[in-house]
Design a protein around this ligand. Sequence first.
Ligand code: MF3
Ligand code: CO
Length: 278
Amino acid sequence: MFRRRQQIQYKTPEQILTMRKAGLVVAEVHQAMRESAGPGVTTAELDRIAEQVIRGCGATPSFKGYDIGNGPYPASICSSVNEQVVHAIPSEDAVLKEGDLLSVDVGAIVDGWHGDAAITIEIGEVAPELTALREATEAAMWAGIKAAATAKRLGGISSAIEQSVDASGEYGIVTGFGGHGIGTEMHQDPHILNYGRPSEGPKLRPGMALAIEPMLTLGSEDTAELADGWTIVTDDGSAAAHVEHTIALCEDGVWVLTAPDGGVEQLGDAVASAARAE
Ligand code: MF3
Ligand code: CO
């Protein structure tokens, strides 16, 4: 067995600045999604709003037309509800209702550079275990992002995510999907598992840009793909949550490119000076 050499694209500070622009477009879409999502709203309507915001910023939706061999993805967001984990296609038939847990994943391109991030939104009042699931997923993502500031290898991020999940409760960590490098393509090396050991994986170095995206479930870690060729659901029908940020490793810390504040509040001293300087 040969291990494929990782093709990691290291970014210059100038390139990271352009990725920040793409990240801020994604953050603006998230804000629009939080304001628009609610009972009675269709995910198709959310998709139209998202595309308007992206194009209004002079950016391009990166998901639209994205092809991994099963035909072009038809929308600008993924809108995954309840047992849908990721990559669910917006639809006029998908009417949000009170109690739903919605993950909205958004990608935007500015001057050829990508931003990719997801939020999980509660529709009206949701069951307490769904709130706990959302919070555990967010905590796991931030644990991974914080680890990126100090870890020697990529596995330090994966391991921090896994430990955070274990500390939060009894959740399944989806094994079939994970985070990824990002830059002039949405998906680049390295693949980022949401579990693992600190000693594993490539060394973390300034210039890396990574999408950190844990997916947790109330049950099984196994998933299935629906006949549409995109939608990923939990095997056992249990609810799932998914959150994601694009981060850049800078010389003096981590910059959360898709967070409005660049990660200043969550990361404290570990945040890159470029984030504090904005
Ligand atoms: N953020 C998603 C991911 O990293 C992007 C989905 S691309 C789509 O997997 F085309 F499937 F929408
Ligand atoms: Co992603």
